[in-house]
Design a protein around this ligand. Structure first.
Ligand code: RNT
Ligand code: ZN
Length: 422
């Protein structure tokens, strides 16, 4: 066990070191108290959901591994989420759901689930003190025809998915109403072609019209807002993605909605953090899906790597967090799933804390005065400042385990709960 006094002492030393550079660690800790992180529910059950849990995950999504203890019921999933959330510091958290996580009393189709089927989650969220975000589910269902949903040439197929989209908005509105905080409703649809299409325009036109139809009903924005997630490609749709980045950025801009940037959905050499200001100078806001692509959109557990550091730094330095919702999106079934949540969430928070621990105003002045020497010298030196001591103090103040102590708790939970799942 980490000794509390040592954490406090180390923090005092770190505070003094940062103060030399004009950085106020207390201000950074305070900023972290206001930082909201949306934790995706689907890491807990490998994206099975409760509606058709046996349908194979397809449509460009892959979860590998079969680590024991996958959550199979609503109570198992909320139990696991509760355990994970208790090991993640910070007072503002949300949980992101999908249509397939509806808890129904009788068998229902995907396009039939509505607010009444999410009462279970709302009751739980109230108890847990978290907000809820939403995602309509447009995959893993027989109505995905030839890799198409909302852009299908068949009206019957489009109409089915339009109903799914409309219902997802009602559900998100219900979350906002009940929980008193805006529910961000994310739309990702897997549509595309494996091989070169003749007509790239027509499917996009159908997708645009279907989204407009989904958006006909008006809901108060304080309850919910829609956000749209594009992709470069998916397995099985290598040649053409209907919902490309440009498609959704333009859709979001012209409809006054949000654009989702999933860090796994770009070319490996693209710096996603460079897109924030380019969009936000014109657009209403962003939703992030922080993920980790290893060679492709593999959805590895997020770690504190350069990409994540750049994402956090950019949002903090450019003061864009007030227009950006940060969520995580990954699924790894080769490791303990609760550990996966905790590692990914804590890495994301660490990146933001580190971003706050910099003399940002002074660095901006240096830059404006063409003092690129100080800019480089200081940002390099900062990398070895005692950031870890401030992070530990953040955990201590939030009553969550410091350092690796959380792993012992996960191991205990694994022994008491997960290992008993057949
Ligand atoms: C898929 C998208 C999408 C999903 C979740 C399950 O490529 O990233 O966000 O991961 O909706
Ligand atoms: Zn995503």
């Amino acid at each position: 066990m980490v000794k509390e006094q040592e954490v406090k002492d180390a923090y005092e030393l770190a505070k003094a070191r940062y103060a030399e550079l004009g950085v106020d660690t207390e201000a950074a800790l305070k900023a972290m108290e206001d930082f909201t992180l949306s934790v995706h529910c689907w890491q807990g059950d490998d994206v099975h959901g409760f509606l058709n849990p046996d349908v194979d995950l397809g449509d460009g999504l892959t979860v590998s591994g079969n680590y024991p203890g996958r959550a199979r019921t609503p109570d198992e999933l909320t139990g696991d989420l509760h355990e994970a959330l208790s090991l993640i510091p910070g007072s503002k958290k949300k949980v992101a759901l999908h249509s397939i996580y509806a808890v129904t009393d009788k068998k229902k189709e995907l396009d039939e689930v509505g607010p009444e089927d999410f009462k279970y989650w709302v009751d739980w969220a109230k108890k847990e003190g978290v907000g809820l975000d939403m995602n309509g589910t447009f995959f893993s269902h027989p109505m995905v025809k030839n890799s198409m949903t909302l852009s299908s040439p068949e009206k019957e197929v489009r109409d089915f998915w339009i109903r799914v989209g409309k219902q997802s908005r009602k559900i998100a509105n219900y979350f906002g109403q009940e929980l008193g905080q805006q529910s961000v409703n994310n739309f990702w649809i897997p549509d595309g072609f494996k091989d070169n299409p003749i007509d790239k325009l027509a499917p996009r036109k159908r997708l645009m019209e279907a989204l407009d139809e989904i958006n006909e009903e008006q809901f108060p924005e304080e309850n919910t807002i829609e956000t749209y997630e594009g992709k470069l490609f998916g397995t099985g749709i290598e040649a053409y993605t209907t919902g490309s980045h440009e498609f959704y950025a333009n859709y979001a801009l012209t409809r006054n909605k949000l654009w989702t940037i999933d860090s796994g959905h770009f070319h490996p050499t693209e710096d996603v953090s460079d897109k924030f200001s380019s969009f936000l100078l014109f657009g209403k806001g962003l939703q992030l899906h922080v993920s980790r692509p290893v060679r492709w959109d593999s959805d590895h557990v997020v770690i504190l790597d350069d990409t994540l550091v750049r994402i956090a730094r950019t949002l903090v330095r450019e003061d864009l967090l007030k227009k950006t919702n940060v969520g995580i999106d990954f699924f790894d079934a080769t490791i303990n799933r609760i550990a996966a949540w905790v590692i990914g969430a804590r890495a994301t928070q660490k990146a933001f804390l580190q971003a706050y621990l910099a003399p940002i105003a002074e660095l901006k002045k240096d830059e404006e005065n063409y003092d690129f020497t100080t800019r480089l010298a200081e940002t390099e030196e900062l990398k070895s400042y005692p950031f870890g001591a401030v992070w530990d103090e953040f955990c201590r103040r939030n009553n969550v385990p410091v350092g690796l102590d959380w792993l012992a708790e996960v191991r205990q939970y694994e022994k008491d709960v997960l290992s008993k799942r057949a």
